[in-house]
Design a protein. Structure first.
Length: 435
């Protein structure tokens, strides 16, 4: 098939399956399947626009995606089959259908107990931003600031802030998950919502990126949608729907605005601001050109699963090949290179298909689990594949799963202590299965 044939077939598979999922009530929530299909549908559609020259400033030659287009096609087929298998295996599963979930007043109590998390995120992000501004100095545009922010070495107090930034950012994501669930039951206060999201996003905002919009909204909306879907509430959701529309318009406009100020020239079209999602695919095409099948030794999981723990020789080799261009060096790479390094052109998609089976089954189970910890695990796994078009999700989420392990080990101290205090102060009957 030709390049565009692969892309068109990919988007037909993804979009058709996404519609099929959303047509069934039990899948109208954020799951690995829905998030994967949505993100890759948008990504492939933008690639088609670029190749065809539709509504973009610069038309891409087919050669810029000719090698990656078949890989995307294989990946879409394998992952879709994986999701279908997961749904078949869980069709008659004996889930514990407990629509009560966690007492929302208790969750609200935990939000107040851990309200320091957003403020620490904001403080650390402010320190990093102040350091970068003072170190980088004058820049011509925001895009140059973004590049310099990624390559500038942190020293002194900024180094300390950098060391804790990733960890506190993860806790900020967990906080947003609990916050989203509570808002689903009590309603959204736009001012408070924007303030909490801004504080939790300050670390990523400091480096001039746009991915913070996605990484902040995703944890919130994942549990928010779950909350309004499976828990009965007397709150009028129509008012919330209007507020959600306002919020989405604000952040979509903000995403485009950041893309505008990061531009290198005038005359860019609106859709250009969203082509960030296609950077990973185009970088994968460059990688495939450097390392054709059979010209390197497979790493068998070292690049994907262990990417956040061990160094991958192939990742380092590719980084060395593009080190001459700072723009390429800081451009997102997607999950595809790592799958290719480990298992090859065909093995990579097959491996990802098995991962999709596991993620979907676990997430389908967790949506009914009656505990705070399971709510956090659900929010983490449901959004696991969202960044797959722009990064290696395995290495990105390695610290997150490390924190989940820590929380599991300390769950009785974290949750049961809070439950005791809540009971003593409120004398309110709540769900006891918090762990």
């Amino acid at each position: 098939m030709l390049t565009l044939d692969y892309l068109f077939c990919s988007i037909i598979i993804l979009f058709s399956y996404l519609i099929l999922l959303l047509s069934r009530r039990k899948y109208k929530i954020v799951l690995p399947s829905t998030s994967f299909c949505l993100m890759w549908t948008v990504t492939v559609l933008l690639l088609i626009f670029q190749v065809k020259g539709f509504w973009v400033t610069y038309k891409l030659p087919e050669s810029s995606v000719s090698l990656v287009a078949p890989f995307i096609f294989y990946l879409c087929i394998a992952c879709t089959i994986g999701f279908i298998v997961a749904h078949i295996l869980t069709t008659n599963a004996n889930f514990k259908y407990n629509y009560g979930y966690v007492d929302v007043e208790l969750l609200d109590y935990y939000l107040k107990r851990f309200k320091w998390i957003p403020y620490v995120c904001g403080a650390v992000g402010t320190v990093l931003f102040a350091f970068l501004v003072s170190t980088i100095g004058n820049v011509e545009n925001f895009n140059e600031y973004r590049q310099m922010a990624l390559v500038t070495k942190r020293v002194g107090y900024a180094e300390v802030a950098q060391r804790i930034s990733g960890h506190i950012n993860i806790l900020g994501g967990f906080y947003l998950m609990l916050y989203g669930y509570v808002c689903g039951q009590k309603g959204i206060r736009i001012g408070n919502f924007l303030w909490v999201v801004f504080l939790c996003s300050m670390i990523n905002i400091s480096i001039g990126g746009r991915v913070w919009i996605l990484t902040s909204l995703l944890p919130f909306f994942t549990t928010y949608i779950l909350s309004i879907k499976y828990v009965n509430s007397d709150f009028d959701q129509r008012l919330n729907t209007k507020k959600l529309i306002y919020i989405l318009l604000i952040f979509i406009s903000l995403f485009a605005l950041i893309g505008l100020v990061r531009g290198n020239g005038d005359g860019d079209k609106f859709i250009d601001k969203f082509l960030y999602l296609t950077d990973g695919s185009r970088m994968t095409n460059i990688m495939l050109n450097f390392f054709p099948p059979g010209t390197y030794q497979l790493e068998n999981g070292k690049s994907t699963i262990l990417g956040g723990i061990l160094d991958s020789p192939m990742v380092n080799m590719f980084a060395g090949r593009i080190s001459f261009d700072i723009g390429l060096s800081v451009t997102v790479k997607s999950i595809m290179p790592n799958l290719y390094y480990d298992f090859g052109l065909y093995g990579g998609p097959i491996f990802m298909g098995f991962i999709c089976i596991i993620l979907e089954i676990v997430c389908l189970y967790l949506r009914y689990s009656n505990s705070v910890l399971s709510l956090i695990c659900y929010g983490t796994i449901a959004g696991f594949l969202v960044q797959s078009p722009v990064g290696n999700v395995f290495s990105l989420y390695t610290p997150t799963f490390e924190w989940l392990i820590i929380i599991i080990l300390l769950k009785r101290w974290i949750f049961n202590k809070g439950l005791t205090n809540f009971d003593n102060n409120h004398n309110t009957p709540v769900t006891k299965d918090l762990c």
